[in-house]
Design a protein around this ligand. Structure first.
Ligand SMILES: NC(=O)c1ccc[n+]([C@@H]2O[C@H](COP(=O)([O-])OP(=O)(O)OC[C@H]3O[C@@H](n4cnc5c(N)ncnc54)[C@H](OP(=O)(O)O)[C@@H]3O)[C@@H](O)[C@H]2O)c1
Length: 244
C-alpha cells in the first residue's frame, strides 16, 4: 500500500500534460499543478473550457500553460506524434502525464451495450491514452524522471452490474499500466494508476443523479495524491494502483 505523506512537494520546473483539463478532476489537477510551479499542457475537447482553465491559471500567477484542443475519440496516431514533436521543440521534455479524460457511456445491462458506444468508450478511455503514451515516450525519456499516471476506478478492480463498457475500459487501463511499469522498470519513467473514488464532478452526477453531492469529496480534496504522484517524492513508486 502506498502511503501519501501530507506533502508540500514542489512541481517547480515540471512540464506536465493533463488530459481532460477543462472540467472536473482534470481541471483541478491543472490548477493545482500550476499553483505548485508546473507548466501545464492542457488537453481536452472543448476549447472554451480549456480557455477557462488557462485564464484561471494565469490570473492566479501561474506559468503560462499551453492548450491542445483534441477530441480523443477522433484523434489519430499522427496527432500524438505531432504533439510529441511540439513538446520536444517547445519544452525539450515531458516530466509528467496525467491521463484523466474519460467518458462514462450509458450504464445498462451488458446485453444492451451498443457497438458504437462500446467503441467510443474504449477509444477515449483506453486506446487514446495507449497511443498517446506510445507517441510521448521520446518526450518522457528526455526528462530526468517522468511520471505517467492513468486514471482508474473502483469498477476497474471489481466488476459491477450495468457498468460494462466503462468497467472494462478501466480494467484494461490497470493492465496497460502494469505492462508499461514492467517494461520500463529499469528506466526513469514510472507508471501508476490513481482511483479518485467518488468525487463531485459532472461524471459522478451522471452516474448517480439522485445523490446528495455534499457528501462527496471535491476534486480539490483529492489533489494531495495527484500532486504527490507527479512530484519527485514518488520516484521509485511504479506499477501501483493507488486510491485517493
Ligand atoms: N468523479 C468520480 O467520482 C470518479 C470516480 C472514479 C474515477 N473517475 C475518473 O476520473 C477521471 C476524471 O473524471 P471526472 O469525474 O472529472 O469527469 P468529468 O467531469 O466528466 O471530466 C471528464 C473530462 O474528460 C474530457 N473528455 C471527455 N471525452 C473527451 C474526448 N473525447 N476528448 C478529450 N477530452 C475528453 C472532458 O472534456 P469536456 O469537458 O470537453 O467534455 C472533461 O474535461 C476519469 O478518468 C474518470 O473515469 C472519476
Amino acid at each position: 500500500m502506498v502511503r501519501i505523506p501530507s506533502n508540500n512537494s514542489s512541481l517547480d520546473q515540471k512540464i506536465i500534460l493533463i488530459t481532460g483539463a477543462g472540467d472536473g478532476i482534470g481541471k483541478q489537477a491543472a490548477l493545482t499543478f500550476a499553483e505548485m510551479g508546473a507548466t501545464c499542457i492542457l488537453l481536452g475537447r472543448t476549447v472554451s473550457k480549456l480557455e477557462a482553465t488557462y485564464d484561471s491559471i494565469v490570473q492566479a500567477g501561474g506559468l503560462e500553460p499551453a492548450i491542445v484542443p483534441l477530441d480523443m475519440n477522433g484523434a489519430t496516431h499522427k496527432h500524438y506524434l505531432d504533439m510529441n514533436t511540439t513538446i520536444l521543440s517547445e519544452y525539450g521534455r515531458l516530466d509528467g502525464c496525467l491521463h484523466n479524460a474519460s467518458v462514462l457511456g450509458n450504464l445498462c445491462p451488458f446485453n444492451e451495450i451498443k457497438p458504437e458506444e462500446w467503441q467510443e468508450v474504449l477509444q477515449v478511455n483506453l486506446t487514446a491514452s495507449a497511443f498517446m503514451t506510445q507517441a510521448l515516450i521520446p518526450s518522457l525519456k528526455a526528462a530526468e524522471h517522468a511520471s505517467v499516471v492513468f486514471t482508474s476506478s473502483g469498477v476497474g478492480r471489481q466488476g459491477r452490474a450495468f457498468w460494462g463498457t466503462y468497467a472494462v475500459s478501466k480494467f484494461a487501463t490497470e493492465g496497460m499500466m502494469q505492462v508499461l511499469a514492467d517494461e520500463y522498470k529499469n528506466a526513469h519513467i514510472r507508471f501508476n494508476c490513481i482511483n479518485p473514488g467518488a468525487t463531485r464532478t459532472a461524471m459522478r452526477a451522471k452516474a448517480f443523479p439522485a445523490e446528495d453531492v455534499t457528501t462527496l469529496k471535491t476534486p480539490a480534496d483529492i489533489m494531495p495524491t495527484y500532486s504527490f504522484m507527479m512530484s519527485d517524492e514518488s520516484i521509485g513508486i511504479n506499477g501501483q494502483s493507488i486510491n485517493c
